[in-house]
Design a protein around this ligand. Structure first.
Ligand code: SF4
Length: 280
């Protein structure tokens, strides 16, 4: 049994909140740079260069790369041999978000009640997904998820008869409807199967994968490549100015589902794809 203290989790989360907002990951940087090489339109090239320049300035000066500093989503793999001491996991994570956002001068973007809409003032609470796994480690994967791109996400309960073509059409349609509103180039997270709610969790979780890393399942990897090609043929381009780089990646997670159902969720992520992780 390994003991992990409340303050270790709090401090780790605070650090992840700031790193996610200040530092674009190397895989995202490489994907944006590849877009610069691929584009032939000067406007599209220039837009991608500006996005990269913005990310560089954010990192150098410890500034958020976007004014929308996101809703914090945390996926936690909890080793079954871990004991958390000094408080609950949820409280430690929220305390970390509170510290990270206050000390990093990051905008508070969370409303406590979705109807009354009063800002909580410290970007809490985070959305938490936990899974019990073997071992004695605690893995924290954090996303700071922008509101504009999140709003472009969609769910549809397809029928099994809709099949592969139905999935392709729905995901491509979703990316096209998002257009410039999701701040492209986007990352398209897709969850297929499971249940109504689980497909949405899978779509979100797929965004944690390294950009450019295909699914280990051959038929899913082919589906990712087909959808990516079609989304990029839309011509929406960086920030909607036209071009070949509407999406940097399509990332699909799948799960078993009922024989009568084919749930599909699409979670759209923007060019400010902020995610970081740590294992305690
Ligand atoms: S969608 Fe992303 S890049 Fe656009 S405003 Fe929101 S967080 Fe910023």
């Amino acid at each position: 049994m390994k003991t992990i203290r409340f303050d270790q989790i709090r401090d780790a989360i605070a650090g992840l909140c700031q790193r996610a907002n200040f530092e674009l990951t190397a895989d995202m940087r490489a994907a944006l740079q590849a877009g610069v090489e691929r584009e032939t339109s000067p406007l599209a090239q220039n837009t991608l260069k500006r996005i990269l320049q913005n990310a560089d300035i954010a990192k150098e000066r410890s500034l958020p790369m976007c004014q929308d500093t996101g809703l914090v989503i945390v996926f936690v793999d909890v080793g079954q041999d871990v004991h958390i001491e000094g408080g609950t996991l949820r409280d430690a994570i929220n305390e970390g978000v509170r510290h990270g956002y206050k000390e990093g001068f990051l905008r508070a973007s969370v409303t406590g009640d979705p109807i009354q809409r009063k800002n909580t003032g410290d970007n809490t609470p985070a959305v938490l997904h936990t899974e019990i796994v073997p071992g004695d480690a605690l893995r924290l994967q954090l996303l700071a998820k922008g509101g504009g791109c999140e709003n472009m996400s969609r769910f549809k309960m397809l029928t099994p008869a809709d099949g592969r073509d139905g999935i392709v059409n729905f995901v491509v349609e979703t990316a096209k409807l998002a257009g410039p509103n999701a701040c492209p180039p986007i990352v398209v997270g897709v969850g297929i199967g499971g249940s109504f709610e689980y497909s949405a969790v899978l779509a979100k979780k797929s965004l944690l994968r390294k950009i450019g890393e295909r699914s280990a399942l051959q038929h899913v990897a082919e589906l990712e490549a087909d959808i990516l090609k079609k989304v990029n043929e839309s011509g929406i381009g960086p920030q909607g100015y036209g071009g070949k780089t509407t999406s940097l990646a399509v990332q699909i997670e799948v799960a078993a589902c009922h024989v009568a159902s084919l749930p599909v969720s699409v979670n759209i992520e923007c060019h400010a794809h902020r995610h970081q992780e740590v294992t305690l």
